[in-house]
Design a protein around this ligand. Structure first.
Ligand SMILES: Nc1ncnc2c1ncn2[C@@H]1O[C@H](COP(=O)(O)OP(=O)(O)O)[C@@H](O)[C@H]1O
Ligand SMILES: [Mg+2]
Length: 1109
């Protein structure tokens, strides 16, 4: 759903007043009450014009969700209730759209919520600025730099569990589109004294505790550390654990953040090694040892710790040990070594620890800067976020050099605040062409001057004192101050004029008091000189430089003997002054946005609003002054368009629409409302309202008018609704009526129409029938006339026809009679010639003609030339019967001859054999017909080709006529054995089928007869001549598949060789000579038991039975 554009204002649903400028009456009490009221309603933010006051809620409020970010995104500053996001959005948009570099100055007491506020600003800007992988990485690195710096720079204090112990200014750089490119962080004065000593109830920097609780055993071993906090002198034990803080988890977060920011693993390790070294330094203890010359000298009590430090850092143990016992002073090419006493040794140890740690911290900042610095050289827009320590006032004159420096910084910030706020305000009036009389305000420049003046400022005095030869103590410094600053109206000490004048005897001796813009602060001079000197004995820095640990070496460049510099390094005070000056210069070039943080109680507790505490902060933050400054001019200003838009309903001329310039509209409006002219002023683009009361009056009128308008709108809406309803009803009624009428008319029309049709059809029917009747009558009349005419014509015609027929009959009769008469007359004349010759001639001619016709027809009806074709045309005339038969015979002979003429000699031979077989067996042996179709091959067994029979072949010289395997029937039992049957021109041979060995040889002359049955079987007997050599074993009984062929060939061969016809006996019972016996072979019709194969069985001595199926 599209978000409804609701014109809202800061002034809607306001709790107290959202902008203190509107507070009426304005005094401290009302100011605090307003803050309290809002605080009680969870409204922790309140404006003074464009400055945001933030009261620390000490609990998480649901006002930083992504939805809230969306709410505040691209909205006008005063459109929604006060919020830090509104300020961030305003700053980001004017950076992006108007190309103005911004700075966000966050000030307030320690624990007031500055660091949280700076994180909120950064996260808001990260959420609304450009997106994309690269941009997101930049954002992530910028945001992740926080946990790293907090681990090393924050500590638990009595005021804040996560107090920043350094000042931080971060420039976020953007490109022209408003996408972040990178950033630069500057750090200011880390409170390094905390490394060696912490006030009661406070802790050292978080990182020490995080390392000891979060590191793995392995890492601890590597760093030669123990998990036990109590082992380390530098760690205060009374608050080692902080409620709700998980040091171990934070350690992981920090390591992860370091990785994201871009620390290499070895870098992160080096950093932890330095931290470990600092921690272990605290455990080095010294004992006094008297020397011969009577001077005290210090000695290290237990060298174990020193050894471990040296191993960790790669420093030669003896070098470090010496550095803790001696101090070398160089002056004009002279080196003087003096021994250190125990106190000096401890001082040297602590100085080393502090320096090591603070230099590590600066290194970390630089390293982070390296990672997050913008990669491009394009012009950048910058948004600076300043989160710096707030005013710090300890009771009982516990304020020392650090507080002095911190308060100086705040003094400078207040100065820039006053300057920029008033300047901006004044510039706006001038820009808008408003008459402006200068407003006087307290300018704290005089205090700044007291501190930073180059010739007689406190810092200059301190430096001078530190550099002065001779004995220098904190007391001599105070004396100097008393001399130089005694007359200054913001400086007080026991000796100064003003104190004497004020007669303030409460001032302790070694103290001085400065009347800061935020209140009087009593400083204890003790430690000022030392801290300003920030002295590290050269022997120590040289020892550090000699370390093989690259990080430590790089932290002490001045330890390099080659670069020895006899000039003193700048003091801490002058360094800080210089960096603050740079910061101020930087801030002045930017458009400032202020967030002033207030701490509601000292207990870090939610819901408690300590009025006295808040009152104090309001005073020193100068907030009332701020409101007054703002109100001295005009309390409220607004561009003409939104102003007219908001209040136009208050005047008839401008409501509902004003045509013309917005300014004229506002003028008309204000005239109409009779607002006194001194209450407002017209700028070029804005209306300026002097008094908040006027604005509230306007608001009240508007509220009243809105109610009236709402009623009016309600009235009009109700009227409109009823009227539309009525109109709709009326319209509907008309539509319904119209539709009904139409329907009724339609119905009636349909009725009339159908009636008319009925009547019409009746009339038409009647008319048609009438015509039909008439037509029918007419037609009948016509038909009658035609019939009569036809009958008449018919009669006429028949009468004529009969007359004509009569006539024709008469004519024909005449012709017939004439012809008969003529015929008989001719016959009578020619009879004698005809009978003698004509009869014979006609007969011959007719006969000739018939014969000719017969032959011609026969020619066309000739059958095929096949000798077996039985067809012959039928005989046409009986008298041609014999001719016809003779003709058939001649034709058959002729075509047989034709057929024979085609044969080759071989074919002729085969046919001769076939003919012979036919003569021998046709109609005698039942086997014969099946042999007709088989060609006679003779040599079935190819002896020549089979090497098995080579011997057999060699034994035979004559031509082989038959070579075939036959079954030789054993005459003793009727069983059969295979034999090769060979027939040559002169002999008959039997050989073994397997070996090819000749078993018997019979000359053809000795063959007398062949016997066989008349049936369909292949049994045959070969009878031999009695008394011949071959006949000694008896006759042969064979069975063969080619009986007909074999018998025929045997017959023919015998005939051609012996010129004798071989007798062939065909009988179903014949005798065979077996040696001496004659056995009868009998053929019977066998049963089907043995299939279609004939079987042979010896029945008895005299009988061999062959069963033929
Ligand atoms: N806007 C806030 N919402 C909730 N808690 C806050 C908020 N601001 C500060 N706090 C709480 O106050 C504590 C101190 O805030 P911090 O910003 O560290 O103070 P400062 O930096 O001013 O010393 C934080 O740890 C947090 O618990
Ligand atoms: Mg802080």
């Amino acid at each position: 759903m599209a978000k409804m554009e609701v014109k809202t204002s800061l002034l809607d649903n306001m709790i107290g007043v959202g902008d203190m400028v509107l507070l009426e009456p304005l005094n401290e009490e009302t100011f605090i009450n307003n803050l309290k009221k809002r605080f009680d309603h969870n409204e922790i933010y309140t404006y003074i014009g464009s400055v945001v006051i933030s009261v620390n809620p000490y609990r998480s409020l649901p006002i930083y969700s992504p939805e809230k970010v969306e709410d505040y995104r691209n909205r006008n500053f005063y459109e929604l209730s006060p919020h830090i996001f509104a300020l961030s959005d305003e700053a980001y948009r004017s950076l992006r759209d108007q190309d103005k570099d911004q700075c966000i100055l966050i000030t307030g007491e320690s624990g007031a919520g500055k660091t949280e506020a700076s994180k909120l600003v950064m996260s808001y800007v990260a959420a609304v600025c450009g997106k994309g992988a690269e941009v997101n990485q930049v954002k992530e690195q910028l945001l992740q730099s926080n946990p790293v710096l907090e681990a090393f720079g924050n500590a638990k204090t009595v005021r804040n569990d996560n107090s920043s112990r350094f000042g931080k200014y971060m420039d976020i750089e953007f490109d022209f589109k408003g996408d972040p490119l990178g950033g630069v962080i500057s750090n200011y004065l880390l409170e390094k004294s905390r490394v060696v000593k912490q006030p009661r109830g406070e802790r050292n920097f978080h990182v020490f505790y995080q390392l000891l609780s979060g590191a793995s055993e392995e890492l601890l071993n590597k760093l030669t550390l123990e998990r036990d906090f109590s082992r380390y002198n530098y760690l205060s034990l009374d608050s080692a654990k902080v409620n709700g803080v998980d040091d171990a988890a934070n350690f992981r977060t920090v390591r992860n953040a370091m990785q994201i920011v871009g620390f290499m693993d070895h870098e992160a390790e080096s950093v932890l090694e330095v931290v470990a070294a600092v921690l272990k330094l605290g455990n080095i203890e010294f004992k006094p040892e008297s020397r011969v010359n009577g001077l005290d000298e210090s000695k290290i009590k237990d060298k174990n710790e020193l050894k471990e430090i040296c191993e960790l850092t790669g420093i030669d143990q003896s070098v470090l040990e010496r550095a803790f016992s001696f101090r070398t002073v160089e002056a004009k090419q002279e080196k003087v070594s003096t021994t250190l006493n125990v106190a000096q040794a401890y001082y040297a140890r602590d100085a080393l620890a502090k320096n090591l740690y603070s230099r590590l911290f600066s290194w970390l900042v630089n390293r982070i800067n390296e990672s997050i610095k913008a990669q491009t050289k394009v012009r950048k827009k910058v948004m600076g976020v300043l989160d710096i320590y707030g005013f710090e006032i300890f009771e009982n004159a516990d304020n020392s050099f650090e507080q002095f420096i911190i308060n100086y910084c705040n003094e400078k910030l207040q100065q820039i605040f006053i300057e920029l706020t008033l300047k901006e305000e004044q510039e706006e009036y001038i820009r808008e062409g408003i008459e402006w009389t200068h407003i006087d305000y307290f300018n704290n420049a005089i205090i700044c001057d007291l501190i930073e003046n180059n010739t007689n400022g406190i810092l200059a005095m301190l430096d001078e004192e530190c550099l002065r030869p001779g004995t220098v103590t904190d007391e001599t410094f105070l004396e100097k101050l008393n001399q130089v600053c005694a007359t200054h109206q913001h400086f007080e000490s026991r000796m100064s004029k003003s104190s004497r004048f004020l007669n303030d005897t409460s001032l302790p001796h070694s103290c001085f008091r400065i009347q800061h813009y935020a209140g009087k602060v009593l400083y204890q001079v003790e430690g000022f000189v030392d801290k300003n000197n920030d002295l590290l004995y050269r022997d120590l820095s040289q020892a550090m430089w000699k370390a093989s640990h690259t990080l430590i070496k790089s932290l002490f460049p001045e330890g390099n003997p080659a670069k020895i510099n006899l000039k003193r390094p700048p003091t801490a005070g002058s360094q800080f002054k210089a960096s603050v000056a740079t910061l101020m210069k930087n801030l002045q070039t930017k458009n400032p946005n202020y967030i002033r943080c207030i701490k509601p109680n000292d207990k870090k507790a939610a819901h408690i609003f300590n009025e006295a505490l808040v009152c104090h902060q309001i005073r020193y933050l100068g907030l009332l002054e701020n409101v007054r400054v703002r109100r001295a001019g005009y309390a409220f200003r607004q561009a003409y368009e939104p102003c007219l838009e908001r209040y136009k309903m208050l005047c008839k001329q401008t409501w509902p629409h004003w045509k013309g310039p917005a300014r004229a509209g506002v003028e008309v409006l204000f005239n109409e409302l009779e607002i006194p002219v001194e209450e407002y002023s017209f700028g070029r683009s804005k209306i300026f309202i002097r008094n908040p009361r006027t604005l509230f009056k306007l608001e009240d009128l508007r509220k009243q008018r809105l109610e009236d308008l709402a009623t009016l709108i309600q009235k009009i809406y109700r009227g409109w609704k009823c009227r539309t309803h009525f109109l709709l009803m009326r319209k509907s009624q008309i539509v319904i009526a119209a539709w009904y009428r139409r329907y009724a008319q339609q119905k009636r029309y349909q009725q009339i129409k159908s009636s008319a049709l009925v009547i019409q059809s009746y009339i038409r029917g009647w008319k048609a029938r009438k015509i039909l009747r008439e037509l029918k009558h007419q037609k009948r009349c016509e038909e009658a006339a035609t019939t009569i005419a036809a009958y008449w014509h018919g009669t006429q015609a028949r009468r004529e026809l009969s007359r004509l027929k009569e006539e024709a009959r008469n004519k024909h009769a005449i012709a017939v009679i004439w012809a008969y008469w003529l015929g008989s007359k001719v016959r009578r004349e020619y009879r004698k010639f005809f009978r003698a010759n004509a009869g014979k001639k006609i007969y011959e001619f007719t006969l000739q003609r018939i014969v000719q016709k017969y032959f011609l027809e026969m020619k066309n009806k000739m059958p095929s030339l096949s000798p077996i074709d039985k067809n012959w045309p039928s005989r046409p005339y009986l008298f041609l019967d014999s001719t016809h038969k003779e003709l058939k015979r001649i034709f058959h002979l002729w075509r047989c001859k034709k057929y024979r003429d085609q044969f080759t000699d071989q074919q002729k031979l085969i046919y001769e054999e076939k003919l012979e077989a036919s003569e021998l067996f046709k109609d005698k042996k039942a086997l014969y017909p099946s042999s007709v179709g088989q060609p006679f091959q003779g040599a079935y067994l190819e002896i020549n080709k089979n090497p098995k029979y080579k011997k057999l072949k060699d034994a035979i010289e004559e031509k082989i006529i038959i070579a075939e395997v036959v079954n030789k029937i054993n005459r003793a039992n009727g069983k059969s054995t295979s034999r090769i049957f060979l027939l040559t021109n002169n002999n008959l041979l039997l050989a073994d089928q397997k070996s090819g060995q000749i078993k018997s040889e019979v000359p053809l002359v000795d063959v007398t007869k062949v016997s066989m049955s008349s049936q369909n079987d292949g049994f045959f007997a070969i009878h031999l001549k009695e008394g011949s050599e071959a006949a000694s074993k008896g006759d042969f009984l064979f069975s063969s598949d080619h009986l007909i062929e074999m018998a025929t060939k045997l017959y023919r061969t015998t005939l051609s060789q012996t010129k004798q016809k071989l007798s062939i006996e065909i009988s179903d019972e014949f005798l065979v000579q077996f040696r001496q016996d004659k056995v009868c072979v009998k053929f019977i019709q066998g049963n089907q038991k043995n299939g279609s194969v004939p079987t042979c069985k010896r029945k008895n001595n005299r009988l061999l039975e062959v069963a033929v199926p």
